[in-house]
Structures are given as structure tokens and as C-alpha cells.
Design a protein around this ligand. Structure first.
Ligand SMILES: *Cc1c(COP(=O)(O)O)cnc(C)c1O
Length: 461
């Protein structure tokens, strides 16, 4: 038997029995001079991902990690359709409008209204907050007031995108701090920050930190009172990135949406509890008049007039179609069934954790996203960061540990999302694995410093 030595012979042998990246470095710095076969390229990419985290054990993310095969087929079959080409793909555009109308109905809009498909809640929030800013400016100019110093009021429990908006679009953030033991905000926190330069108040439905909601009803009532007593008409925007697809199904009688007078706009992530793969989000206005008209571009594109209100332009149609698939596939009944299952399994996991005697759950009897937020109690030789690391090292579960925003920064918690694919069996296994990880840590007394450096921090998204 001869051993090949020339590169061409080496390649021929590799093509026969495997691929050359088994023993060679992958292209990573320079733009490759030559390519490779399609099969090799496919294997190269796939092999890189084999050792990545397993999405099924990623309990840190709110984002969808599983869809039905039929939905996946819709997605795969429509990747070649550019969503923004409304003139060429009018049915796709119509399906987007159907989704917006259905969401407006789900969120109790009083009549026909408008909205937008976005890449996620971040884009929806940028657009919604821009509309708040433009509308505020129009109001101020009408009254002859200064338009120099707009501000936006929100709690420390919001997602980072709100601060990002303020910095990118030059608005003063008025951030209400949290307190130890109080991880959402209410009217008393907000009142002192609102004035004639407030473009709006943002409240969260289902925070990324503990899954609870701000006191939306209380904040709405405060703003109604301000309007009546001081003539200040301050709109309320609801960040329902996660909660917008949870509250209508788990807590249909708990008002947080357009049932409340000052709620003028809502964002929701289709790719979280809307149960679609990333990226899709939605922005819905209470009435068409709540969308600042100057933000809409009427353009003549490929011979047809089209109006757009987005920060992105080209993007795939697949996720819009997948969202519509879910709406017609599940309806209120199906979404309610899925959400209740998740809630029940979250309750089971919570019970198991409480039984261990080492943990306390954060406000578990309040309205909450289907997740378990917990922290260690009593004397332990290790902390939440140690446990997050140990659990991931032993069993591959991704359950993040993180500190809360100011002024609750001394509080560390852990959070496990309980999603559609997390079965009762998984819950029991996870609980056992958590108990075992605690026992390992009892024996060795916390993680080593070098291990702690690798711990995942931040609440994920
Ligand atoms: C996830 C999240 C966001 C950002 O949403 P994307 O869809 O990831 O852009 C904003 N706000 C809250 C409350 C979130 O949970």
C-alpha cells in the first residue's frame, strides 16, 4: 500500500474516506483562494457546531428553540422570498397585515389600527420609541414649548434596548432604580420623573430578570390622573417582548394592553412566546394616529408606491409566514394549552426546588412568565455562580446566574425557562441534576477561581 504525499493525492484520498479538515486547520483568517466541495463545506460548518451548547438544554434563552416539522417546511420553502418586496410578493404582505390585525385584536385595540413587522422587539422598540419622540415634539410645538430636552421614563428592570434607544436617538433616560426585594416598578416610582418633556413611560410585561410585570394598571391610572389634573398627556408603551404572548393566554382577565387608556403602543417578540424561530417581532399601535406620520416613507420602488416604517429593509419572508402558521394552527385554544403546560411544569420545578430546602423562589405566586427564578437561602459553602457552573459542567444545562440591576445589585438569582419542549421528565431530571450539583459543591466547597471565570453571567435573552 502506498502512502500519498502530493497535495492532489492527499485531497483525493480525503475525498474518498473523509475530509481534510479532520487534520487541518479550518479557513478562519484569509479569504480562501480556492473552495471545496459542497459536502465538505456542509460538514465543515456542521462539525464546528457539534461542540456548541445544545439549544434543548439552554434554559437561559426566551427565544424559540423548537418548531413543528410542518412549520419548518414553510420556513425552508420560503427562504428565497424577500419580505420587503411587497410589489412582487403581495400575498406575503397581506399575511403580514393579517398578523398585525390579529395581534391588535388579541391586545384589545378599540378599532382598526396599524403596526409593523420587525426583526425582533429591539427594532420594534426603537420604532415605537421614535414615534413617541416625534409625537411629543409635535405636541410641544403646538403648545409653543421647547423641544430641546426629551426624556423617557422606565424602570431598571427593562431590557438594555431601552437605554440603547436613548443613547442612539438622544433622549434623556430617567431610570427608576429597583430596590432589594422589589424588582419591578409602579406608579409611586414613576410619578416624580414625569414632566412636560416626557415623551412616554415604558413598562415591562414579563421582565427578563424575574418574569414579573411592572404595575401597569397603577402606572396607567397615574398617567390618566396627570392628564386630568395637569393636562399632561403622557403615553404608555408596553414592552411585551415575552409577556405579550403569555398574558393573553394565562391571565386573560388581567388588563395590561389597550384596555388601559394611556397604553398607546405595544411590542412583542414573535420569536419568544410567539413560538417562531428568530427573528421576528411586532409593533402594534392603539390607533393609526399613534404612529407619527413623518416616520412613514412613501416610496416609489419598482414602479409601485409603497409605504414603509422599518429600520431594516431586506429580510426573509419565512418567519412572517411561520408566525401566521402558528396563529392559524394554534389559535387562542392552542396557545393557551401550550402556555398552561409550560406554567404547570414551571410550578413542578418550583415545588421540587423548594423541597430541597436550599432555595427560595422569587415571588412565585404572582403573575409571571413560565419560568422559575430562584436563589440560595441559608448557609451554603457555595453561591449561585458556582451552581450555574457546576450544573453546566456536570450535565450541560444552561441555567444562568446573575445579579439584578441597581439598587438591587447585591441580589444574585438564577433563572430557568420552562419552554414548550421541557417535559415533565426533563423537569424531574433537571431537579435531580441541580440537587446533585449542590452535593458536589458541598463536598468541594464552591467552584475553583479558574472555573468561576468561565461562568455565564447576565440574564440571557
Ligand atoms: C428579549 C427582550 C427584548 C429584546 O427583544 P428581541 O426580540 O430579542 O430584540 C426587549 N425587551 C424585553 C423585555 C425582552 O425580554
Amino acid at each position: 500500500m502506498t502512502t500519498p504525499t502530493k497535495p492532489s493525492e492527499l485531497d483525493a484520498v480525503a475525498a474518498l474516506y473523509g475530509n481534510r479538515f479532520i487534520t487541518q486547520e479550518v479557513p478562519s483568517r484569509e479569504f480562501p483562494d480556492t473552495g471545496m466541495t459542497a459536502v465538505d463545506a456542509m460538514r465543515l460548518v456542521a462539525e464546528d457546531l457539534v461542540i456548541e451548547g445544545d439549544p434543548a438544554r439552554n434554559l437561559a434563552t426566551f427565544v424559540t428553540t423548537w418548531m413543528e416539522p410542518e412549520a419548518q417546511r414553510i420556513i425552508a420553502e420560503n427562504l428565497h422570498r424577500n419580505f420587503i418586496d411587497h410589489a412582487e410578493y403581495p400575498r406575503t404582505a397581506e399575511i403580514e397585515q393579517r398578523c398585525i390585525r390579529m395581534l391588535a385584536d388579541l391586545f384589545h385595540a378599540p378599532g382598526p389600527t396599524t403596526g409593523a413587522r420587525t426583526q425582533g422587539s429591539s427594532e420594534a422598540i426603537m420604532l415605537g420609541a421614535l414615534s413617541l419622540k416625534w409625537n411629543w415634539r409635535t405636541r410641544r410645538q403646538r403648545e409653543g414649548g421647547s423641544v430641546e430636552r426629551p426624556n423617557l421614563v422606565f424602570g431598571g428592570d427593562v431590557h438594555v434596548v431601552w437605554e440603547k434607544f436613548c443613547r442612539y436617538f438622544d433622549v434623556e433616560p430617567r431610570i427608576v432604580p429597583l430596590q432589594p426585594g422589589k424588582y419591578t416598578i409602579g406608579p409611586d416610582d414613576v410619578a416624580a420623573h414625569v414632566d412636560e418633556n416626557t415623551i412616554g413611560v415604558a413598562a415591562v410585561l414579563g421582565t427578563t430578570f424575574t418574569g414579573h410585570k411592572d404595575d401597569v394598571v397603577g402606572i396607567n391610572n397615574l398617567l390618566v390622573q396627570l392628564k386630568q389634573e395637569r393636562g399632561l398627556d403622557v403615553p404608555l408603551h408596553i414592552d411585551g417582548a415575552s409577556g405579550g404572548f403569555v398574558w393573553p393566554f394565562l391571565y386573560p382577565d388581567s388588563p395590561w394592553d389597550f384596555r388601559l387608556e394611556q397604553v398607546r403602543s405595544i411590542n412583542v417578540s414573535g420569536h419568544k412566546f410567539g413560538l417562531v424561530y428568530p427573528g421576528i417581532g411586532w409593533l402594534v399601535f392603539r390607533e393609526t394616529a399613534d404612529l407619527a406620520p413623518d416616520l412613514v416613507f412613501e416610496e416609489n420602488y419598482l414602479g409601485k408606491t409603497d409605504s414603509t416604517f422599518t429600520l431594516n429593509f431586506s429580510t426573509g419572508s419565512s418567519m412572517v409566514l411561520a408566525q401566521y402558521y402558528n396563529f392559524v394552527r394554534f389559535g387562542r385554544q392552542g396557545y393557551s394549552y401550550i402556555m398552561r403546560n409550560m406554567e404547570e411544569n414551571a410550578r413542578m420545578l418550583g415545588d421540587e426546588l423548594e423541597k430541597m430546602g436550599r432555595f427560595e423562589l422569587i415571588d412565585r405566586y404572582e403573575e409571571q412568565l413560565p419560568l422559575v427564578a430562584f436563589r440560595l437561602t441559608g448557609e451554603q459553602d457555595f453561591d449561585e455562580f458556582d451552581l450555574a457552573w457546576q450544573l453546566s459542567a456536570e450535565r450541560g444545562w444552561m441555567v444562568p446566574a446573575y445579579t439584578l440591576p441597581p439598587d438591587a445589585q447585591d441580589v444574585t438569582i438564577m433563572r430557568a425557562l420552562v419552554k414548550e419542549t421541557m417535559s415533565r421528565e426533563h423537569v424531574d431530571t433537571l431537579a435531580r441534576d441541580i440537587e446533585e450539583a449542590c452535593r458536589t459543591l458541598d463536598a468541594k466547597g464552591g467552584a475553583h477561581e479558574s472555573e468561576r471565570a468561565k461562568i455565564v453571567t447576565g440574564p440571557g435573552h
